[in-house]
Design a protein around this ligand. Structure first.
Ligand SMILES: O=C(O)CCC(=O)C(=O)O
Ligand SMILES: [Fe+2]
Length: 202
């Protein structure tokens, strides 16, 4: 059974999931700013489509991506190595807002563009070595709402989903990546594109 989670009244209170520290701000950006960011990031970011190797076969990734950083460090996940572009003023503005709220500092942003409900991201944890132990990952969403699924790595009773609307911020920190996997599943509902920015520190 997958239990749907809803925002808490106070976004500075962590969600009640064991072995995790997850915060959810449903309206981190107001509707007008979220709409502006959605349009402008869609048009301006240098989107690319990499290929991934799954069970020995090469597939185009089911979404577009772009990496930004304030250092030159490449980021490797799922056998893909990405090299960062410099941050645009707009991405820096978003990063600053998130850093002020979360009291975390980020060096790197992975941008994901889900062109339709057919684009997705499979189960994974953001546990790459270069992120260090107990990484803070701040994830903002613009455009069509999508379901974000969480499942505990060793306790099969622990499965949740949370709807990420435009302008929301999800912050995962502490032991979360050690104990939990997350995914954005495909959906057959016709959907507009969605942009997700995940801020990390490398
Ligand atoms: O699109 C999302 O909300 C999730 C993105 C994600 O998990 C990632 O980039 O590692
Ligand atoms: Fe992730």
């Amino acid at each position: 059974m997958v239990t749907e989670l809803f925002p808490l009244r106070d976004p500075q209170t962590p969600l009640v999931l064991k072995n995790s520290e997850i915060y959810f701000y449903q309206d981190f950006f107001d509707a007008a700013s979220a709409e502006n960011y959605n349009n402008s990031l869609h048009n301006k970011l240098p989107w690319q489509q990499d290929s991934i190797k799954l069970f020995g076969k090469v597939h185009p990734q089911p979404r577009l991506t772009a990496l930004f950083g304030n250092n030159q460090k490449p980021y490797t996940y799922s056998n893909i190595t990405m090299h960062p572009h410099p941050f645009s003023p707009e991405l820096l503005e978003i990063k600053k807002r998130i850093e002020e709220e979360t009291k975390e500092e980020f060096t790197t942003c992975l941008a994901n563009l889900y062109r339709s409900g057919q684009d997705s991201m499979g189960w994974h944890a953001d546990d790459e070595k270069e992120l260090g132990r107990n990484p803070a990952i701040a994830s903002v969403s613009f455009g069509a709402p999508r379901m974000f699924h969480l499942k505990h790595k060793t306790d099969p009773t622990q499965r949740y989903k949370i709807r990420l609307p435009s302008g929301s911020l999800l912050l995962m920190k502490g032991p979360t990546q050690h104990f939990w996997l997350h995914q954005i599943p495909k959906t057959s509902r016709p959907l507009e594109p969605r942009i997700n920015l995940t801020f990390r520190s490398l």
